[in-house]
Ligand binder design. Structure first.
Ligand code: ATP
Length: 500
């Protein structure tokens, strides 16, 4: 419709009504009917109704052509290399045609949240000079049957239209959280999800080498095992690239990238920060740099210093310091709980405790900070058992001192259970080498309880053996609210000198 037609209509109708009234026509019923029809059309356009039924896609923000390059993604060397190799299929399409190779239609990026999967898809668009159209799996979820499928159709249409408009030969469609629509189909129940997934599969089946623009779908998930096998079969998402948490070198690289636009003091050692930020994702590292800059600005300092970065790590790891005041009894229980963790940690991994603190942070009322660990990808049975003992240390200490536990251990138990599950899956328990489906819940429960009970007893025994260190450390912690690793180890040394 021409742009000015709206203005003409706005001018024409009032004049027509005045004219009709002037010549004696009763305009009131026409006016009421016009208002009702106009209202209905307005509602349908804005709220869904007719439009939702037709699968209208929520207005996607027009994204500027992707300028992000692979060089701006820290770490992930393997993933970047694999992705580049896969993308060559899109670039070298003439050769592909010559050899009769079928086009690569889908790449699945899998890995934990915040590791840079979206960044990778954007960089892929830049690398292949394609338009980038992004959507999230949850955008396709609607209670009305057929709406999600309509949105998928529109997504592909949108990508083709934009490629034509921007004069590009290819388009990359990025679907984040693909598991929301691509979960295993169990029949019957989830008709709407099934239709959405079917539509995606149909669209992908309709991609041919000869088409212009060439379409590549990149999807991301952190739950690959949930995906329907139809999505993963050859010709669909048959390239899988793992985007893992970065190692120390990767973390340093990411920190460096995010420090590029920030004033850093000369004594800042990003490698050390990367060491401390063990297990952090790219998104968390970005947050560390950002929080450090905020601390620096708050303190009216000109440059970010090492301590600002350390404070930022604490904040990202454990949340902001809160000014929640707890009473003496609660504080003592928290101190006992945290010392339980710390003493076991220091006993099984000497030198590992960096600090024990009673200051509330995030949801925790106190915390133990550990020294950076060595990067490790394989764990032995004894390492995992020691890890469980460290997590059980808090509850064990509460039992010894108070004869019972509190709600403060729920998170610890969750971690312990997770480690036990890893042990079971790795054949490190008396169940032997098993598939979890082969064993009944009762058997799993029995084994789980046996392991945890044994480790809880060993933990308590260790704490009781070291009660002198415990009592002295508790005094300091209650007085000063903070116990450094050095102060803590001093207790161990002094205790070793005491006559047995
Ligand atoms: P999710 O699974 O939650 O969607 P994701 O894996 O797609 O996460 P991104 O959205 O790509 O993660 O990353 C979020 C932010 O984290 C980025 O905008 C960037 O600032 C930072 N980031 C993550 N990984 C990296 C990296 N490898 N290099 C640089 N920055 C990174």
């Amino acid at each position: 419709m021409p742009k000015w037609s709206k203005e003409i209509a706005i001018g024409f109708f009032p004049v027509m009504f005045v004219f009709l009234a002037f010549i004696g026509v009763d305009v009131l019923p026409i006016l009421i009917a016009a208002i009702i029809v106009g209202g209905l059309l307005f509602f349908a356009k804005n709220k869904g109704g007719i439009a939702v039924g037709s699968g209208r896609t929520p207005k996607r923000k027009k994204t500027a052509p992707s300028k992000l390059t692979f060089e701006e993604i820290g770490g992930q060397d393997n993933a970047k290399q694999e992705l580049r190799e896969a993308l060559d299929f899109l670039i070298r399409h003439e050769e592909i045609k010559k050899f009769g190779i079928r086009p690569l239609k889908g790449i699945l990026l899998t890995g934990p949240p915040g590791t840079g999967k979206t960044l990778m898809a954007k960089a892929a668009a830049h690398y292949t000079n394609s338009v980038f159209v992004g959507a999230s799996g949850s955008e396709f979820v609607e209670m009305y049957v057929g709406v999600g499928a309509g949105r998928i159709r529109n997504l592909f249409k949108d990508a083709r239209a934009r490629a034509a408009k921007e004069n590009k030969q290819s388009a990359i469609i990025f679907i984040d959280e693909i598991d929301v629509i691509g979960g295993k189909r169990e029949g019957g129940q989830q008709r709407e999800y099934d239709q959405t997934l079917n539509q995606l599969l149909t669209e992908m089946d309709g991609i041919f080498t000869t088409d212009t623009p060439r379409i590549l779908v990149i999807a991301a998930t952190n739950r690959k095992e949930m995906l329907d096998s139809a999505l993963l079969r050859p010709g669909r998402f048959d390239r899988h690239i793992q985007v893992d948490l970065p190692d120390k070198k990767g973390r340093t690289h990411i920190l460096r990238l995010h420090a590029a636009n920030k004033p850093l003091s000369e004594d800042v050692d990003l490698e050390k920060i990367a060491e401390e930020a063990y297990g952090f994702s790219g998104a968390q590292l970005e947050s560390v740099m950002n929080e450090a800059a905020i601390y620096t600005m708050r303190e009216n300092e000109g440059r970010i210093q090492q301590r600002h970065l350390s404070m930022a790590i604490d904040k990202v790891m454990m949340g902001e310091r809160s000014d929640r005041e707890s009473n003496f009894e609660e504080k003592k229980r928290v101190a006992i709980h945290e010392l339980g963790h710390a003493i076991i940690a220091e006993l099984v991994r000497p030198g590992s405790v960096k600090q024990v603190a009673l200051s509330p942070r995030g949801k925790a009322l106190g915390y133990v900070r550990h020294n950076p660990q060595q990067e490790q990808y394989l764990y032995t049975k004894s390492f995992l058992e020691e890890q469980i003992m460290i997590t059980l240390g808090g509850a064990a200490a509460e039992e010894i001192y108070y004869g019972g536990r509190s709600t403060g251990s729920s998170n610890d138990f969750e971690q312990s259970l997770h480690i036990v599950e890893t042990m079971m899956k790795s054949g490190l328990t008396s169940l032997g080498i098993i598939n979890m489906n082969m064993v009944t819940t009762e058997e799993l429960m029995r084994e789980n309880n046996l392991i945890l009970e044994d480790l809880m007893n060993r933990t308590k025994h260790l704490l009781e053996q070291n009660h002198a260190i415990f009592d002295n450390s508790l005094d300091i912690l209650m007085r000063e609210e903070i116990l450094s690793g050095e102060q803590f180890r001093c207790q161990f040394r002094e205790n070793a000198l005491l006559p047995a």
